[in-house]
Ligand binder design. Structure first.
Ligand code: NAD
Length: 419
């Protein structure tokens, strides 16, 4: 059933995967996983630089903690809803399980437009959120990270707020990942998601017998995930022919200069007026000629409306939930190879886990360690998913979900029932 609700889509994907478990697990256990453990709505009232108190809403969802403390980013967007955050928390449960890190699934949302806030006001809002959410944020409960609309700097403010509230110079253990390296962050975390998307894309291209070198690629979204994916794919020889952000979409079959686009977006805040390629419609960009398409912006971008028109042979889901279940079925039927989000963009949470262990054990890892461990984990899990899909005659999404669900169910059974 096609729907634009991220939560409904997440539940459709869950139900399909639950059916592949062949009745091994109790129906009540599966019913429990269909719903979040806890959903909270907070009211934030920071005083901003105009001198006025402003009212914002924030959400925190803990979906499941069978495998470990809940992990998941903070999304700041004017349109984010509690149901979106629930869907994203649920996806985090499967992602952590699939990529093999001892975390459960969580997510937060702050209903605000980061582009309308001055840096000082954004800092005030993030600090206010941290103080209000303090009881939820803890290395043994929920560990946030950046997501759409938040970044490394914001994570630094979160760590500082918690340390300050405790009267300490630092925190004991890892309360937040994706921080600046100087504050206990890990080298390579900022690039980890995009790097992981590029590694998975490379593996998928090889799998279908195509060469990434010279292959035309379109990337939707030019933020933390999209821009890094472009740079990493270009470094591996791909030809980035189309990119977009919320303000502009451009296409040039001869290839775009990614470094110049990144410099432009950094200094201008968006791709608007970047002067490369020809300006095209943002929706149309997804249907233009390419071999690899990377939706790396937001949810529900590939729908039953456009799935039949997509020319790519591989879709690498950099974003969370970019493809609706109906579109998924169309892509599967058309033999388009989909790298599902819970595998494709899991590089971020994998490196977050390295940051968590580094901080807990007071170690220091180099970017080379991080890169090689990321490369190996992404390739191992890609192989596992493709092997499972072939063996069980499942789509790559169903195979990924099947593997994830199996491990969450097994952990739940191993824990036993709390009376
Ligand atoms: P970001 O805020 O850094 O960037 C988002 C980009 O998408 C921006 O360029 C924005 O202009 C663009 N965008 C937003 N709506 C768009 C639209 N309708 N059409 C075209 N472009 C649009 O966010 P991010 O961290 O890069 O996250 C992008 C996606 O990746 C999200 O779905 C997020 O949940 C997912 N994700 C992020 C991480 C991470 O480590 N940051 C990890 C896993 C998954």
């Amino acid at each position: 059933m096609a729907t634009e609700s991220m939560l409904e889509n997440a539940r459709v994907n869950f139900d399909r995967a639950a059916a592949t478990l062949g009745g091994v697990y109790d129906a009540e256990l599966l019913r429990k996983l269909r719903f979040p453990k806890e959903r909270s709505e907070l009211r934030l009232t920071p005083q901003l630089s105009d001198g006025n108190v402003h009212v914002f809403t924030a959400y925190i969802v803990h979906h499941n903690n069978s495998l470990g403390p809940c992990k998941g980013g903070i999304r700041m967007s004017p349109s984010v809803t509690l149901d979106d955050i629930t869907a994203l928390a649920m996806e985090m449960t499967w992602k952590c399980a699939l990529i093999g890190v001892p975390f459960g699934g969580g997510k937060s949302g702050i209903v605000a437009d980061p582009r309308q806030l001055t840096p000082d006001d954004k800092q005030t809002l993030i600090r206010n959120f941290t103080r209000n959410a303090h009881r939820h944020i803890n290395p043994l409960v929920y560990i946030p990270a950046p997501d759409m609309g938040t970044n490394e700097q914001d994570m630094g403010h979160i760590k500082d707020t918690i340390a300050y509230s405790n009267g300490h110079a630092t925190t004991q253990g890892c309360y937040v990942t994706g921080k600046p390296v100087l504050l206990g962050g890990i080298p390579g975390r900022g690039k980890a998601t995009g790097r992981g998307v590029a590694i998975a894309s490379d593996a998928a291209m090889k799998h279908i017998g195509a060469d990434l070198k010279g292959a035309p690629v379109i990337v939707q979204g030019f933020g933390n995930v999209g821009a890094v994916t472009c740079a990493e794919l270009a470094a591996r020889g791909a030809r980035i022919v189309g990119v977009s952000d919320i303000a502009e979409a451009v296409y040039d079959e001869r290839g775009l200069d990614v470094d110049r686009l990144m410099a432009y977006a950094r200094s201008n805040g968006s791709l608007k007026g970047c002067g490369q390629g020809r300006v095209v419609s943002p929706e149309g960009l997804l249907e233009m000629a390419c071999v690899l398409l990377v939706p790396a912006a937001t949810g529900n971008q590939i729908t039953a409306e456009n799935a039949g028109k997509i020319q790519a042979r591989v879709v690498a889901e950099g974003a969370n939930g970019p493809t609706t279940p109906d579109a998924d079925a169309i892509l599967h039927k058309r033999n388009v190879f989909v790298i599902p989000d819970i595998l494709c963009n899991a590089g971020g949470v994998f490196v977050s886990y390295l940051e968590y262990t580094q901080e807990t054990q007071q170690e220091q890892m180099t970017e080379e360690d991080v890169k090689s461990r990321l490369e190996k984990r992404m390739r191992d899990k890609f192989k596992l998913v493709v092997g499972t899909a072939e063996k069980q005659r499942l789509s790559t999404r169903d195979a990924s979900m099947h593997l994830a669900l199996e491990s969450v169910c097994a952990a739940t059974v191993a824990r036993g029932n709390l009376p």
